[in-house]
Structure formats: C-alpha cells, structure tokens
Design a protein around this ligand. Structure first.
Ligand SMILES: Cc1cc2nc3c(=O)[nH]c(=O)nc-3n(C[C@H](O)[C@H](O)[C@H](O)COP(=O)(O)OP(=O)(O)OC[C@H]3O[C@@H](n4cnc5c(N)ncnc54)[C@H](O)[C@@H]3O)c2cc1C
Length: 221
C-alpha cells in the first residue's frame, strides 16, 4: 500500500539533521520503531524510495520523521532538505523488526536513534520508561540528535559517547567490550541495537559474548 502525503513543515534538529512533519494519511498506522519507504512524489524521485522511521507517537495526528541529510551526495536526503511545505511525498505501509519487547537498554549510533525515539516517546508517554537505559554513540556532541530530550527521559541512565574529548556529560570512546561491561550490570534484559551496519555487527557480537540472550537482541534484520 502506498499512501500520498504532504510536507507540512521542516525544522532543524542538528547541523545535519532535519525534522519533517507530514500529514498523516488516512488509514496509516504503525508501531513505534517500524520504518516506511518514503519518496518524493515528483518526476525523477518517485521511484527512489528510502527507508525512514516515524518518530512521532502512533496516535499523533501528523507524522514526524527525523532525517540525517547527506548534503555532499546527490541523493534523496539532500533533495528532501530542499523541499518546501506543500511538497508531495509518498510513504509505504510500515515494516521492520524493531519493536518494543520489554525493559532493556537502547544502544544507538548516530541516526540509528530514530526507531528508539519513537519507542522512548511512547514509553515515556505511558510512564513506563523507568528502568531502561541508553547508550548513544556519535562523532561529536554537535551530532547528538535530541540530546536534551534523551537526557530528560533517561536521567542518570543516559550514556553519551563521542569520538573526541568533549567534557562533562560525554564519555570518549566506542561501544566496545570495556564500555558495555562498565555500563551494563544486568545481562538478563533486552538490548535494542541500531546504527550503521558495522556498528550493529560489532555491538551484537560483543553483547552475545558478554552474555546477552540471542532472543533478547532486537535489531533491524
Ligand atoms: C529501516 C531503516 C530506517 C531508517 N530510518 C532512518 C531515519 O529515520 N532517519 C535517518 O536519517 N535515516 C534513516 N535510515 C537511513 C536512511 O535510509 C539513509 O540515510 C538514506 O536512505 C540515505 O538516502 P540518500 O538517497 O540520501 O543516500 P543514498 O544515495 O541512498 O546513499 C546511501 C549512503 O551513501 C553514503 N554517502 C554519503 N555521501 C556520499 C557520497 N558523496 N557519495 C556516495 N555515498 C555517499 C551515506 O552513508 C548514505 O547512507 C533508515 C534506514 C533503514 C534501513
């Protein structure tokens, strides 16, 4: 099923991430964490759908997407960044394997936070986020998507990692074995993993080695 929709507004989130608010097509529903194939409904772009994740609440009257723009590359994200309100878009029905399965730790790299934004907003809205943790890796503090919101949501259970030495509130380094051993006390919980493919591969191997249950690992398959 392909739904037609319209861009209502776009707004800056970070230096290279934009929030797109689009009309919610009639009959469109999704579960937090699922993605859709989104395309610009214009000649030359219609066939070039790309996967993105609604970051709004499932019951909201509009849909929000939080999208990292690759400005140096003539792809769909650069074209999306140039759109003005009123532009026509299409979205597919929702798909994907990332869904909330129970309490655990969200481990994200960069724009991989988007499915977890949807899940975290949903859990927070229902007062059920307590006891969950966040490990969020980025290159620099300026790259962190929705930092204030995530700090408020997770409190002391939010861990922000960056590649550089960034001062208070940030840890320097990668999501490696040493970091996971330091930050995770309970291995009998769910681990939600989303980031670039090399990030996912490395984190999942390490989680398994440290004792995470294979069926408690949730990632895009
Ligand atoms: C299920 C799922 C959900 C997703 N949800 C989101 C989301 O909510 N938000 C989000 O920001 N992303 C999301 N992504 C990633 C998103 O789909 C890609 O970033 C997007 O498809 C890139 O489209 P593009 O046409 O701009 O780049 P493409 O032309 O498709 O290029 C793909 C990749 O090329 C790389 N690239 C960058 N610059 C260059 C260059 N100069 N030359 C060549 N390659 C370059 C980038 O790493 C880019 O990812 C999701 C992916 C999946 C699988």
């Amino acid at each position: 099923m392909i739904y037609k929709t319209t861009l209502l507004m776009k707004q800056s989130v970070t230096h290279d991430v934009l929030r797109f608010v689009v009309a919610r097509p009639e009959g469109f529903t999704f579960e937090p964490g699922q993605g859709v194939d989104l395309a610009i409904d214009a000649d030359g772009w219609r066939e070039q759908a790309r996967p993105f994740t609604p970051t709004s609440l499932a019951q909201d009257k509009v849909l929000e997407f939080t999208i990292k723009i690759y400005a140096a590359h003539s792809g769909v994200t650069r074209a999306l960044a140039e759109l003005q309100p009123g532009a026509a878009l299409t979205i597919s029905g929702p798909w994907g394997t990332i869904r909330y399965q129970g309490p655990g730790v969200f481990i994200a790299g960069g724009a991989g936070i988007t499915p977890f934004l949807a899940i975290v907003r949903h859990l927070r809205g229902e007062g059920r986020l307590h006891g969950h943790g966040l490990i969020f890796a980025n290159k620099t503090p300026a790259d962190v998507i929705c930092e204030k919101e995530l700090r408020a949501a997770f409190g002391a259970h939010a861990n922000f990692l960056v590649d550089c030495d960034a001062g208070p509130g940030f840890e320097t380094g990668r999501v490696d074995e040493a970091l996971l051993k330091r930050r995770i006390a309970n291995w009998d919980q769910h681990f939600y993993v989303c980031g670039p493919p090399p990030f996912n591969d490395a984190v999942m191997v390490t989680l398994r080695r440290l004792g995470a249950q294979p069926d408690a690992l949730i990632f895009e398959q």
